[in-house]
Design a binder for this molecule. Structure first.
Ligand code: UGA
Length: 455
């Protein structure tokens, strides 16, 4: 039986979840206070970059299962569940800023007219759902009018629809049987196909979200550390990742070495977990080490660029492939490019970058970097190409053409997208990647992370 769902917030999580819930057959209203976003969506333009999302939205709008509104008040009456999917940015200290979550919860409390489950999908620190419960209870005065549930999301940008429709698990933290039944009905189309539903108390569900992201970030930092070691002991990190990843206890995912992890989630969530641990008086040394290692990682990437340029980048033209935090997204939030490119410009390099998503905030976030129309335009007269993002489309670039327009054909591949043989055959006289024999970082001075943890 279909469920009447309202989702507050049309960012990555809200819009993808709304479209997918509609695709599962539910009746969905997506709300965003930003009328500009609502207008864009009505015109078929998505406010976020997510493959195939526009078709999914269009189909469900046409079928009458998905609507959009700018008014929470008008959209939460007569609904079974209202999902809060608003932003929880880091405040200055690294804690999640919960203002938007609480504001949304109070707007819902002010308008609901039947038993409604208030579901938090935004990533919120342990204890937040209980705070939402207390605030709403204070407003409504009686506990039978509503319930709260925690339902964290595990959607990767760029693969969000697939992650939603074929989840490894659905996590529901809920301490009210009536609400649990609503949540089970919502996810029934997925659980009947075999997706596992993990039902827990509320704090556990909140913790699962942070533990998942922190674990994945640690995994990437681990392979990055192994990559550095591989370079000096004549081993190949790609093969090490394969060799350990085939062990099902380890798993192959998130073992690709790179310039450091970024994005809107790993940095924010690892910092927030650290804060939760600090507040609880518990050490979180492993998470803390991963954060520090990631800061060092990005600094060591800058040093690699310097080395490729003979010790100094002054006067060199550096072409960069990719500025987003990973491939297949236009998102630049906490992208490694933001830490790696500005120091190069400060040291006198001319940096020209090409990113297939043409990120709208590149000019604001990297004002000192020129954005090129194509990889060839960026590479023209360059002394070095640096691959920063693992865009799939880069793997079909004509390397020979790139090499032919450069001043000195050198390639620093910080995503291990290419291989030395092919690069050399294409005319590159120097090819350096991560975690492989060849040119090693050797005695590369890796800067101390120092106060980075609180940055
Ligand atoms: C991450 C999680 O993967 C999702 O499960 C979660 O729902 C989401 O955060 C969230 O909390 O909303 P996302 O931020 O889209 O998703 O990005 P990931 O694909 O996880 O990549 C994170 C960073 O790690 C990127 O900078 C990426 O380049 C890097 N990475 C990832 C590697 O360097 N190597 C890998 O093998 C995997």
């Amino acid at each position: 039986m279909s469920v009447k769902i309202t989702i507050i917030g049309t960012g990555y999580v809200g819009l993808v979840s709304g479209a997918c819930f509609a695709e599962l057959g539910h009746d969905v209203i997506c709300v965003d206070a930003d009328q500009r976003k609502i207008d864009m969506i009505a015109e078929g333009r998505m406010p976020i970059y997510e493959p195939a999302l526009d078709q999914l939205v269009a189909r469900n709008v046409e079928l009458g299962r998905l609507r959009f509104s700018n008014s929470t008040k008008d959209s939460v009456k007569g609904r079974d569940a209202v999902f809060i999917a608003v932003g929880t940015p880091s405040d200055g200290a690294g804690r999640a800023d919960l203002r938007f979550v609480f504001a949304a919860a109070m707007e819902v409390a002010n308008a609901i007219d039947q038993f409604t489950v208030i579901v938090t999908k935004s990533t919120v620190p342990v204890g937040t759902n209980h705070q939402v419960y207390s605030r709403v209870l204070e407003r409504l005065g009686h506990p039978d009018a509503f319930a709260v549930a925690s339902n964290p999301e595990f959607l990767r940008e760029g693969a969000a629809i697939q992650d939603f429709m074929e989840p490894d698990r659905v996590v529901i933290g809920c301490e009210n049987d009536r609400a649990k039944a609503v949540m089970e009905r919502i996810y029934a189309p997925l659980t009947v196909k075999g997706s596992r539903l993990v039902a827990t108390n509320i704090e556990t569900a909140e913790m699962i979200k942070y533990a998942a992201n922190a674990f994945l970030a640690i995994k990437v930092s681990f392979i990055n550390e192994v990559a550095d070691l591989c370079e000096v002991i004549n081993a190949n990190v790609n093969d090490v990742a394969l060799g350990i990843g085939l062990d099902h206890r380890i798993g192959a995912a998130f073992l690709k070495t790179g310039p450091g992890w970024g994005g809107s989630c790993f940095p924010k969530d690892t910092r927030a977990l650290l804060m939760t641990a600090r507040d609880a008086g518990m050490p979180a040394t492993i998470v803390q080490s991963a954060i520090e290692a990631n800061v060092s990682r990005k600094k060591s990437m800058v040093e690699r660029v310097r080395r490729m340029c003979g010790g100094s980048v002054a006067g060199k033209k550096i072409a960069v492939l990719g500025v987003t935090f990973k491939g297949q997204t236009d998102d630049m939030r906490e992208s490694p490019s933001l830490d790696i490119l500005p120091p190069l410009v400060l040291e006198g390099a001319v940096v020209e970058a090409y990113d297939p998503s043409n990120p709208h905030d590149a000019a604001a976030l990297l004002p000192e970097v020129t954005m090129a129309e194509s990889a060839i335009a960026a590479a023209t007269d360059a002394d070095l190409i640096v691959v920063l993002t693992e865009w799939m489309i880069f793997t079909t670039i004509d390397l020979a053409e790139l090499a032919s327009v450069m001043r000195t054909p050198a390639l620093l591949d910080l995503r291990n997208l290419f291989d030395r043989g092919k690069a050399e055959a294409a005319g590159f006289t120097r090819y350096v990647s991560l975690g492989q024999t060849g040119e090693s970082i050797g005695d590369l001075a890796i800067a101390e992370p120092s106060a980075a943890i609180n940055q």
